[in-house]
Design a protein around this ligand. Structure first.
Ligand code: 5GP
Length: 210
C-alpha cells in the first residue's frame, strides 16, 4: 500500500442544523479523519476548551496571524474572526490523513480556490421550524445573538447549491450514515485506489506462469 495525500472534506451548515453533533459522532467512529481546529477571536462558551474546540485568541493575535498569511481561509462571522491554519492543513494532508473542515460558506469558497478537489458537504435542517427551535434552545447564546444567527442562517442556506453533497439532518443516525457513505465512496475512488493498491494491481495483472 502507498500513501496518497489525504482528502479535504468541507462541511458547512447554517447555525442550528446540527452540524457540530454530526461531526462529533463521525469523529468517534472514523479514526482516519482529523478535524481541523480553527482559530477564533470569539469568547469560549462554558463547555468549550482551548485547543479542543478552537484555538481561542484575541482579535489582535488573530489579525497578526492574518497579516503573516498563516490562514488557508478566514472569515468574519457575527463580529468574530475565524480561520484555518495553513501549516496544519498542509502537514496533515501530506501525512495521508483525511481532514474535515467545519467552516462557513465564505471559507469554503476560499478553500476550493486553493484545493479544487476538496469535497463539499452541506447540512440542511429538516425545516425552518426545526431550525428556529434548535437556535432558541441554545441556552448559551443571548436572544440578540439567536436572532442574528437566524438571519445569517437564511443567507448561509442560499449557498447549499455550491457543494458536492447535501445531507438533511432530521435524525442524527440517518445523517451520520449518509456522511459515512460519502466518505467511504470518496475513499474508494479509482484515482485513490490505484495509488493505494498499486502493488496488488501489478500482481494481479502480471502474466501468470502457470
Ligand atoms: P460557532 O461560533 O457557533 O462555533 O461557529 C460559527 C460559524 O463559524 C459556524 O458556521 C462554523 O462552521 C464557522 N467556523 C468555525 N471555524 C471556522 C473557520 O475556521 N473558518 C470559517 N470560515 N468558518 C468557521
Amino acid at each position: 500500500m502507498t500513501t496518497t495525500p489525504g482528502t479535504l472534506y468541507i462541511i458547512s451548515a447554517p447555525s442550528g442544523a446540527g452540524k457540530t453533533s454530526l461531526v462529533k459522532a463521525l469523529l468517534q467512529t472514523d479514526i482516519d479523519l482529523s478535524l481541523s481546529i480553527s482559530y477564533t477571536s470569539r469568547q469560549p462558551r462554558p463547555e468549550e476548551m482551548d485547543g479542543r474546540d478552537y484555538h481561542f485568541v484575541t482579535r489582535q493575535v488573530f489579525e497578526q496571524k492574518l497579516q503573516e498569511d498563516e490562514f488557508l481561509e478566514s472569515a468574519e462571522l457575527y463580529g468574530n474572526f475565524y480561520g484555518t491554519s495553513k501549516k496544519w492543513i498542509n502537514e496533515t494532508m501530506m501525512s495521508g490523513r483525511d481532514i474535515l473542515l467545519e467552516i462557513d460558506s465564505q471559507g469554503a469558497r476560499q478553500v476550493r480556490a486553493v484545493f479544487p478537489v476538496a469535497v463539499g458537504i452541506f447540512v440542511l435542517p429538516p425545516s425552518l421550524e426545526v431550525l428556529e427551535m434548535r437556535l432558541r434552545h441554545r441556552a448559551q447564546d443571548s436572544l440578540e445573538a439567536i436572532s442574528r444567527r437566524l438571519a445569517a442562517a437564511r443567507e448561509e442556506l442560499s449557498h447549499a447549491g455550491g457543494y458536492n453533497y447535501i445531507i438533511i439532518n432530521d435524525k442524527l443516525d440517518r445523517a451520520l450514515q449518509d456522511l459515512k457513505c460519502i466518505i467511504q465512496a470518496e475513499r474508494l475512488k479509482t484515482a485513490k485506489q490505484l495509488v493505494r493498491h498499486h502493488g496488488l494491481l501489478a500482481q494481479l495483472t502480471r502474466t501468470s506462469v502457470l
